[in-house]
Design a protein around this ligand. Structure first.
Ligand code: HEM
Length: 241
C-alpha cells in the first residue's frame, strides 16, 4: 500500500527574509557622503578656536557661548557620521555590538553635547525671534525622540526604538538640509530682491532663513511619519536586528 504523501508546507511568513544586497539599498553611500560633505563644510571655521572665524555672531557678554557652540559643532559632526552606521542593515545584522556601541555614543554624547547645547544656542539666534522659536522646538523634538528611542531599546521594544530613532536621525540631518533649503529659497526669492527687499541681499537672506529653519525640520519629520505610516503596525519588526 502506498503511503499518502505529505501536503507541501506553506512558506513560513515569520522566517527571516534573505538580506538584500548593498546595491538594492542605494541610500547608504549617498547618506554617508552627504554627512561627510556637511562635516567638511561645517567644521573649518571652528578648527582654529578663534571666535572671529565663526559663521554666526558670537556673544561677547556670554563667556559660555563660543565654547558651547564649538562643542555642539564637533559633536554634531560626529553624530552625522554615526547615522549611516546605525541605519545600515548589514552592520546591524552582522555586528550588532557595533550598532549598540555606536548607538550609545549617539545618545550618551549627543544629548549633552549636541541637543542640550542646541537648546541653549537656540534662543540666541541672530536671525530673530521666529528662528529662535524654531530652534528651540527643533532641539526639544530631537532630544525627546532620541531619549524615547533609547528608552525603547532598553525595554527591548525594538519597533518603537526604530521609529523614534528614525525621527531623531531625520531631525539631525535637517541641520545639513537647512543649508540647501536656504540657498534654494534665496534663489526662488531673487526675482523679488528689488521689489520685496529694496535690493538688500542680507535682508532677503534673513527673511528666507526663518522659513528655511522651519521647513528643514518639519518636512523631514512629515516625510518620515509618512514612511513609517506606510508600514502596517504588524509589519514593524519587534526583534533586534
Ligand atoms: C537636531 C540637532 C541639532 C539642533 C537642534 C541644532 C541647533 C543649533 C542651533 C540652535 C544653533 C545656533 C543657530 C543660530 O544661532 O542661528 C546651531 C548652530 C550650529 N550647528 Fe547645530 N543643531 C543640531 C545638530 C547639528 C549637527 C548634527 C551639526 C553638524 C556639524 C551642527 C552644526 C552646527 C553649526 C556648524 C552651527 C553654527 C552655524 C554655522 O557655522 O553655520 N548642528 N545649531
Amino acid at each position: 500500500m502506498t503511503q499518502p504523501t505529505a501536503a507541501p508546507t506553506p512558506p513560513d511568513s515569520r522566517a527571516p527574509r534573505p538580506p538584500r544586497p548593498w546595491w538594492r539599498r542605494p541610500w547608504i553611500v549617498p547618506l554617508a557622503l552627504f554627512g561627510l560633505v556637511f562635516a567638511a563644510y561645517a567644521l573649518p571655521p571652528y578648527t582654529s578656536l578663534d571666535p572671529e572665524q565663526a559663521r554666526l555672531p558670537v556673544r561677547d557678554d556670554l563667556a559660555w557661548h563660543y565654547p558651547v557652540l564649538v562643542t555642539h559643532i564637533f559633536a554634531g559632526a560626529l553624530l552625522t557620521l554615526i547615522v549611516p552606521l546605525q541605519v545600515w542593515p548589514w552592520l546591524r545584522r552582522r555586528h550588532p555590538s557595533v550598532h549598540r556601541w555606536s548607538g550609545r555614543v549617539y545618545v550618551l554624547l549627543g544629548v549633552p553635547l549636541v541637543g542640550v547645547p542646541g537648546l541653549l544656542l537656540g534662543p540666541l539666534s541672530s536671525v530673530g525671534p521666529d528662528a529662535r522659536i524654531s530652534n528651540v522646538l527643533w532641539a526639544l523634538l530631537w532630544l525627546a525622540c532620541t531619549v524615547l528611542g533609547y528608552l525603547a531599546a532598553r525595554r527591548r521594544d525594538f519597533a518603537r526604538h526604530r521609529a523614534w530613532m528614525l525621527r531623531s536621525f531625520v531631525l539631525l540631518y535637517g541641520v545639513a538640509l537647512n543649508r540647501i533649503v536656504l540657498v534654494l529659497l534665496a534663489l526662488l526669492m531673487l526675482p523679488w530682491l528689488d521689489s520685496g527687499f529694496g535690493g538688500d541681499v542680507e535682508a532677503m537672506i534673513l527673511s528666507v532663513a526663518v522659513s528655511s529653519s522651519y521647513l528643514s525640520w518639519v518636512l523631514p519629520l512629515l516625510a518620515v511619519e509618512w514612511w513609517l505610516g506606510r508600514r502596517a503596525p504588524g509589519r514593524l519588526r519587534t526583534t533586534a536586528r
